[in-house]
Design a protein around this ligand. Sequence first.
Ligand SMILES: Nc1nc2c(c(CN[C@H]3C=C[C@H](O)[C@@H]3O)cn2[C@@H]2O[C@H](COP(=O)(O)O)[C@@H](O)[C@H]2O)c(=O)[nH]1
Length: 366
Amino acid sequence: MSDDEADPELLALLRQHLQGKLNINDEPETGVLEGAEYVYDNSIDVALDMRATKNAAALIHSQMQEKEYSTGTWSEHELHPKSKDETTVAFIFVMDLLNFSFWSLRPEEDRFAVEYRDRRWTGYWSLVASLQRALDEGIPILDPHYWQDEEECNVESLRHVFRSCTDEEIPLLESRLSCLREAGQVLYEKYSCSVTNLISSARGSAARLVNTLATDFLCFRDEHHFDGRRKPVRLLKRAQIFVADLWACFNGESWGEFYDIDKITMFADYRVPQILATLGCIGYSPPLQALVSSGSMIESGSRSELQLRACSIWCVELIRREIKREHPDAKVNAILIDFFLYDTMKQLEEQGKETMPHHRTRSIWY
Ligand SMILES: Nc1nc2c(c(CN[C@H]3C=C[C@H](O)[C@@H]3O)cn2[C@@H]2O[C@H](COP(=O)(O)O)[C@@H](O)[C@H]2O)c(=O)[nH]1
């Protein structure tokens, strides 16, 4: 081939790159945002209100500024671990391994609750309180060897770890045991029982760590088929919140240092969609609104549930873009917006100011 004839293979690669189909620099992507936009574009039961989303962006930005919302806010929560070391890394891993489905059908006074440090904790905080209480009692709840030891770690011992001060036990207790067993097995087989080895394998990339969690651990593989699309839609809520909690706890340093942390999206749970709907940013079709308002169960992986979760991710992305458009120097990403929205929803709940219920799906994904 003469010098002036281009190599056909190189031309093909160049063409792919120009079409944005070739990730030349081999940087990992989670695909969550792409999937969320796809579902949004194909949603009929959930819609975004762009005016309300724009207004919410201004409100969220000003309140986050006022409250000086930053990674440091994470450690200010009374129950979150404070030491910046490997024990805290292990704590965050087991916390986000089990960070799902605390909602109850019972009245507030009868719902699953944990008494710890002279307070009654419910929801997500009941999980954190249970883990702290177990550590106080010398139970090695952070140790992958313990999770695999069927003599020591079983339904009965886990029921003790998550014992309630009411007669309702923690939802999905057996599923939580299965998550611990699987995680213990994978950490033993691939990471010498060390969560820090797992984190180091991502070489500083948040996206790569999320993808590794989804590949190596079935219980983190929060992806679902939508409308027969060949590729599953990846929501990866607990994989993403694990990376986000590390980043926030360690203030973006040490075990929380990720050069692509802004690739992490909102975490598709049942609280942030609730506040987005309360703000009017997302709206439901009459049939879906009827299901949510009546507290009916919405099946995990159903078309309605996926629309609700994915449109919430897309909505927070639009809120993020709007804030960055109006305030280019704002230190804001989807994680901090999400944390702020979750905490705000919890404050509304505590003040008895919930104007619409969250949706009810029982699953290990969130
Ligand atoms: N999207 C999103 N979902 C979150 C959280 C958190 C707590 N994160 C703490 C860390 C930093 C923040 O400042 C928070 O203080 C829990 N969840 C999810 O909510 C549900 C629990 O609800 P409830 O039963 O009412 O407590 C359940 O699916 C749980 O997985 C969050 O931040 N974002």
